[in-house]
Design a protein around this ligand. Structure first.
Ligand code: TXA
Ligand code: MG
Length: 355
C-alpha cells in the first residue's frame, strides 16, 4: 500500500498542489490528474522505473504503449525525431486539446514508455494545472487513463479513488472531465495520416486541415494500435448495443424478455426516449443527454457504465448513436465495452469470451 494524498483544486492552493505533484514526478512517483478528456495516471516519461510502476498499478499489458504529455510544442520536439510539418500544423491548431500525435521517438524516451515501439504518442492536455505540473517538473509525463486495465476510463475523482486509492502517491480532484472520452490518436508519420483511435477531437475537424485520413473502424475487426486489441471500458454487466431502424421497439421487446426471466435491466438512452423504456418496465434508466447533444452523451458515458455496475444490473441495453462528430468515438467505446452489437436486427457477436 502507498499512502495516497488527495488534493482538491479550489480547496488547497494551486502552488501547493503543483509543487508537490512536480516533486513527486521527479522522485519517480505516481500522480493522478484531471484532464479535459479523462483522468490520467502520470509518471516521469523518461524514468523507466517510474513508468514500470504505471503498468504494475493498472495491471496493463506491457505491449500497450503510453501517451506522453507535454506542456509545449518545444518539449514535444525533444522527445520526437524527424517530426513532419503536419505535426506542427496540427499542434498549432488543436493543442492544447484532445489530440494525440504519433511520431518517431527520440533516444531519450525509454523503450518501456513506448512498449518497445520506435514511435511515441504525444499530447498537450487542455488543463492549466497539468501544464503547470509538467513545466515545473521540466519533464514530459507519461499517462494512460487512470483506471484499472479493462475498466471504463475515470471521468470523476470517485472513479479514480475506486480504482487506485492506496496505489498512487497523489490524486488531484478536478471535478468531472469535460469531454469524458479519451483523445483522438493519429499517426502523422504516414503519407496518409492514420487514425488509431477516434476520440474527443472529431475526425471531421482534422480532415479540414489534413484532407484525407486513413481510418479503419473498430467494427472492421482489424487491429492497428496495440491498445485496440484489448477489451476495454467494460462494465461487469453484459452490455448490448442496439441501433438501426426500429431499435426502440427492439429494446422494448428485450426489456420485457429480461424482466420475465427475473433480470435487473439497465438502459442507456437519450432523454427523449426515457418514457418509452419506463413504460416498458425498466427501472434503472440513465439518460446520457439530449439526442442532439453529443457533448453531454460523451461526457456522461463512462460514468454511466460504472454507475450501472453500482446499481447491480444484470444486463445493460444501450441505444446506439450516429457515427459522426463525437458520435464516432462514442460508438467506438460502446462497441468495445459490449458483448453484442445489434444493428438492423442483425446480431454481431463481439468480444466473445474475453469478459
Ligand atoms: O485522453 C487521453 O488520451 C488520456 C489522457 C489521460 O490523456 N490518455 C489515454 O491513454 O487515453 P491510454 O493509455 O488509456 O490510451 C493510449 C492509446 C492506446 O490505445 C495506445 O495503444 C495508443 O494510445 N498508443 C500510445 N502510443 C502508441 C504508439 N507509439 N503507437 C500506436 N499506438 C499508441
Ligand atoms: Mg485507457
Amino acid at each position: 500500500m502507498t499512502e495516497t494524498k488527495i488534493y482538491h483544486i479550489g480547496i488547497q492552493s494551486r502552488n501547493e498542489i503543483v509543487s508537490h505533484a512536480a516533486k513527486t514526478i521527479l522522485d519517480g512517483g505516481l500522480v493522478v490528474f484531471p484532464t479535459e478528456t479523462v483522468y490520467g495516471l502520470g509518471a516521469d516519461a523518461l524514468n523507466p522505473r517510474a513508468v514500470k510502476r504505471i503498468f504494475e498499478v493498472k495491471g496493463r499489458p506491457t505491449d500497450n504503449p503510453l501517451i506522453v504529455h507535454v506542456s509545449s510544442i518545444n518539449m514535444a520536439a525533444t522527445i520526437g525525431k524527424d517530426i513532419p510539418h503536419l505535426f506542427y500544423d496540427l499542434a498549432e491548431r488543436f493543442w492544447p486539446g484532445p489530440l494525440t500525435m504519433i511520431v518517431k521517438k527520440a533516444n531519450i524516451v525509454p523503450d518501456i514508455t513506448t512498449a518497445g515501439l520506435p514511435k511515441v504518442a504525444i499530447r498537450m492536455p487542455a488543463k492549466d494545472i497539468v501544464l503547470d505540473i509538467i513545466s515545473t517538473a521540466g519533464r514530459p509525463i507519461a499517462a494512460p487513463s487512470a483506471n484499472l486495465s479493462g475498466k471504463p476510463s475515470p471521468t470523476t475523482v470517485e472513479h479514480v479513488i475506486d480504482d487506485l486509492s492506496g496505489k498512487v502517491d497523489i490524486i488531484i480532484d478536478g471535478g468531472q472531465c469535460d469531454i469524458g472520452l479519451e483523445s483522438t490518436v493519429i499517426d502523422v508519420t504516414c503519407n496518409v495520416p492514420r487514425i488509431y483511435r477516434p476520440g474527443g477531437l472529431p475526425l471531421e475537424e482534422i480532415e479540414g486541415i489534413v484532407g484525407t485520413l486513413e481510418y479503419i473502424p473498430y467494427s472492421d475487426g482489424k487491429v492497428l494500435s496495440p491498445g485496440q486489441k484489448y477489451r476495454h471500458y467494460a462494465p461487469q454487466a453484459r452490455l448490448i448495443v442496439y441501433y438501426g431502424p426500429g431499435y426502440n421497439d427492439v429494446i422494448v421487446r428485450e426489456i420485457k424478455k429480461h424482466l420475465v426471466l427475473g433480470r435487473k435491466v439497465g438502459i442507456l438512452c437519450v432523454e427523449e426516449h426515457r418514457d418509452i423504456y419506463n413504460k416498458a418496465g425498466a427501472s434503472e434508466i440513465i439518460c446520457l443527454g439530449n439526442k442532439a447533444d453529443a457533448r453531454s452523451i460523451s461526457k456522461n458515458l463512462f460514468a454511466a457504465l460504472r454507475e450501472m455496475d453500482k446499481r447491480g444490473v444484470d444486463v445493460i441495453l444501450s441505444e446506439g448513436f450516429e457515427e459522426r462528430g463525437l458520435g464516432l468515438a462514442i460508438m467506438d467505446r460502446l462497441m468495445k465495452a459490449s458483448e453484442q452489437v445489434i444493428t438492423h436486427n442483425t446480431m454481431v457477436e463481439n468480444n466473445e469470451g474475453s469478459h
